[in-house]
Design a protein around this ligand. Structure first.
Ligand SMILES: Nc1ncnc2c1ncn2[C@@H]1O[C@H](COP(=O)(O)OP(=O)(O)OP(=O)(O)O)[C@@H](O)[C@H]1O
Ligand SMILES: [Mg+2]
Length: 367
């Protein structure tokens, strides 16, 4: 059902995305795959559906669960890892044997428990054991880290050396890492930073973009058709929401449950909440909270498109003084890096999500 608001788990429920599905399928033997995209574009759905379709043995480490936490500790991460590894031990006999001699792991009956005390379980040892088992079976284990940027909040433990170790040494383990492009690639994996454990590692990238107008309209028509509704307002909905599959799905879901009246307003409210959280995370994470008004002013200025000069003028009007080019450049680059703005055509910037227009009252306190 296209309007199911949860991530899709089967390819038959995924609309469009033929190229992304093919690329991911083709790349499943690569050691590192990065799936990036804006919020609600369908990253999780793509990964889950493809892995299920090809019956890949995988563990799914959902880091989104930590999104409201200020920080996380290794125990939190191990808890998720333990549950997922146990889902494999239940399905596949023989996995447990490979964990018996591992430091910090105890085996009771058919399940494993990991320890975070003095003799803590190391992530690299878990990966090694999975690799040994997979190697024996002639299979592969895919480790998905969904919304990996949340791991930047992990205190006292760094998972990157384990991922680098697996990349270099464990032929039967590979990784799919999802998240927003800059935060995952540049800030978390730090693939381009010379002193990072993962520096220079080759990877495959799959970008999950928003739908264009035509695809959005078709998506809505097909979703409503499944519900026995002949829907003719696709264009109007696209004008109101843009082409984010998450917003369109939510719209269809509310429409089917509550009727036409509330669907647009509820969807906008829902989207605004998520987008303002994204913006707050960006401001807080980068220590940019003090410049919140500047960023909001730039987004406001660009709501129907803006040039570099428009941005500079808007910042100078806000501050009542000259703002130097370097400052304008930094603000603009940050907004582009984090996909709040996109460059279209020659020197013209637009909001990546049209609903960002409505973010005029962003409160980031309490984070
Ligand atoms: N191609 C698609 N076909 C059908 N439904 C989709 C598609 N892409 C996304 N959806 C729907 O949109 C919503 C968001 O999808 P999903 O959770 O996979 O996105 P995400 O990018 O992982 O989001 P988040 O950033 O919140 O983690 C879900 O309700 C999902 O079912
Ligand atoms: Mg997701």
């Amino acid at each position: 059902m296209l309007f199911d608001p949860r991530p899709k788990e089967k390819l038959k429920d995924i609309f469009d995305r033929e190229n992304e599905v093919e690329l991911l399928k083709r790349s499943l033997d690569s050691p590192l795959i990065i799936i990036s995209g804006l919020r609600r574009t369908g990253k999780t759905s793509l990964v889950k559906s493809v892995l299920n379709e090809v019956k890949a043995i995988h563990i799914f480490l959902d880091m989104r669960r930590f999104e409201n936490r200020e920080y996380i500790v290794y125990k939190d991460f191990l808890g998720v890892l333990e549950r997922e590894v146990n889902s494999i031990t239940k399905k596949w006999k023989g996995v447990l044997d490979h964990f018996k001699a591992v430091k910090g792991v105890s085996v009771a009956g058919m399940s494993l428990s990991f320890s975070w005390g003095k003799e803590r379980t190391e992530f690299s040892d878990v990966l090694s054991s999975l690799n040994d088992w997979a190697n024996e079976k002639g299979r592969n284990v895919t480790v998905v880290i969904d919304e990996a940027q949340e791991l930047m909040k992990l205190k006292g433990y760094d998972v990157l050396p384990s991922i680098a170790y697996a990349f270099d040494n464990l032929r039967n383990v590979n990784f799919i890492i999802t998240g927003s492009e800059v935060r995952v690639k540049t800030k978390f994996l730090k693939l381009e930073k010379e002193n990072s454990p993962l520096y220079g590692r080759a990877h495959v990238e799959v970008n999950v973009n928003t739908f264009d107008k035509e695809t959005s309209i078709k998506f809505l028509e097909k979703g409503f058709e499944e519900q026995g509704i002949n829907f003719r307002k696709g264009e109007e909905v696209y004008e109101g929401l843009g082409g984010n599959p998450g917003w369109l799905t939510y719209y269809g879901y509310v429409y089917v449950k509550e009727g036409d009246g509330q669907a647009m307003e509820y969807t906008r409210m829902y989207a605004r909440k998520l987008l303002s959280k994204e913006l707050c995370d960006f401001l807080v994470e980068g220590g940019r909270l003090g410049s919140k008004e500047r960023y909001l002013r730039v987004l406001e200025t660009c709501k129907s498109g803006c040039s570099w000069k428009d941005i500079k003028n808007a910042l100078e009007a806000l501050e009542g003084r000259e703002v130097n080019d370097g400052t304008v450049h930094t603000i603009l680059q940050n907004l582009l890096d984090y996909s709040f703005l996109v460059l279209e055509g020659k020197g013209k910037y637009f909001l990546a999500d049209p609903l960002m227009k409505e973010l005029n009252d962003v409160r980031c306190s309490g984070l």
